[in-house]
Design a protein around this ligand. Structure first.
Ligand code: PMP
Length: 354
């Protein structure tokens, strides 16, 4: 830190992204990326668009927003496209949290919420999840502030049914509820269908997981036209060209390849069931994840030991040090072949550490 950094950022603790190692070829199961390449349509449109990179991108992101709206069954005025869903989440902290409206989120959830709160100097309150990592519904219904709920939650993968999300949104029309659906395509029902009825609901989504575009940085928000206008106000005040030309083109390609998207989601769901079965047989227990990862603990080995042993053998998973979850690892569900490889490595480890 330099001596010039202003006071307000000196104590900021930045988000720690999962490792992106270069020194060695790992089986990379630590950041919930897709094992499948982007749709060929996405690749072709992005390549073509590269020819126009001397021009700024469309600040209205018109074509992509229209395609996104059509895909979701809403109007373009209900959609904002952003640089990853992290950006729309940050916009929501800026737009809907302040001294008198704290951010509210579970104690175990996406680590960036805390960072966004700190960055924007807004107070936050963490609601403890129950012992089995399920959501304390009564506490969520009564909490006052702007609620952030990842659904499925991370890193547990536990899904709240749409009916419960609706109860939370309906409980207090004076409160904004942000439902972060980064992982919804792997087995959940989206809350987008509720936005026509509830003007206090913002749903966010991403192309990083189910659409194999983490490196393109493309996310979106869906809400009433009024909320979306708030978010555009902030976007135009920070970076009007937040979605670059190649990414916007790739996004259109990805959305026009529904079959490929659905096929890949199905493959992940199948690989998840396979991995859950195999790891259970090896002495792991886990939450009921509806995301593209499993959250697992071993009956005999500590979370850190599992992480270290896998890493030594070239497999990267995500271990979090927070006390409540230190016994666990979050393992991204990849292709069937990758999952088979992981299971083999895990068998070796358990054999060696008997
Ligand atoms: N929400 C959750 C729950 C996540 O795990 C992630 C991925 N790290 C994001 C949002 C943000 O993803 P992206 O910015 O790549 O869309």
């Amino acid at each position: 830190m330099s001596k010039f950094l202003v006071n307000k950022y000196q104590s900021l603790e930045p988000y720690t992204p999962g490792e992106q190692p270069r020194e060695r070829k790992y089986l990379k199961l630590n950041t919930n990326e897709s094992p499948f390449p982007p749709s060929e349509k996405a690749i072709a449109l992005a390549a073509k668009e590269a020819e126009r990179l001397m021009l700024y991108s469309d600040p209205e992101c018109k074509e992509l927003s229209a395609k996104m709206a059509e895909t979701l069954g809403v109007s373009a005025e209900n959609v904002i496209m952003t640089n990853g869903s992290d950006e729309v989440l940050n916009f929501a902290f800026m737009a809907y949290c302040d001294e008198s409206t704290p951010a509210i989120f579970p104690d175990i959830t996406y680590g960036f919420y805390k960072v966004f709160a700190a960055l924007n100097a807004v107070p936050y309150k963490e609601i403890p999840l129950l012992a089995d990592f399920s959501m304390p519904l009564a506490d969520l219904l009564s909490a006052r502030g702007t609620l952030f709920i990842a659904n499925p939650n991370a890193p547990s993968g536990i899904l709240l049914p749409l009916s419960e999300i609706e109860k939370i949104v309906a409980a207090d029309p004076a409160r904004i509820v942000v439902v972060d659906e980064a992982y919804i395509d792997f087995g959940g029902e989206s809350a987008v269908s509720l936005i026509a009825e509830y003007d206090n609901l913002l749903v966010t989504g991403t192309f990083s997981k189910s659409r194999s575009m983490a490196g393109a940085r493309l996310g979106f928000g869906v809400a009433s036209a009024a909320l979306i206008a708030d978010l555009h106000r902030i976007r135009y005040s920070t970076n009007p060209y937040n979605v670059n030309r190649m990414t916007a083109a790739a996004g259109i390609g990805a959305l026009s390849d529904k079959e490929y998207f659905e096929e890949n989601c199905k493959k992940i769901i199948e690989a998840r069931a396979y991995l859950a079965r195999e790891l259970s047989a090896l002495g792991f227990s886990m939450t009921d994840s509806k995301a593209n990862f499993l959250f697992v603990r071993h009956e005999r080995m500590s979370g850190e030991a599992v992480y270290g042993a896998l890493r030594e053998r070239g497999v990267l998973v995500r271990h979090f040090g927070a006390p409540r979850i230190k016994d666990y690892n979050r393992i991204t569900v990849g292709s069937m072949a990758e999952m088979e490889q992981l299971v083999e490595v895990m068998k070796e480890i358990l054999e060696e550490t008997k």
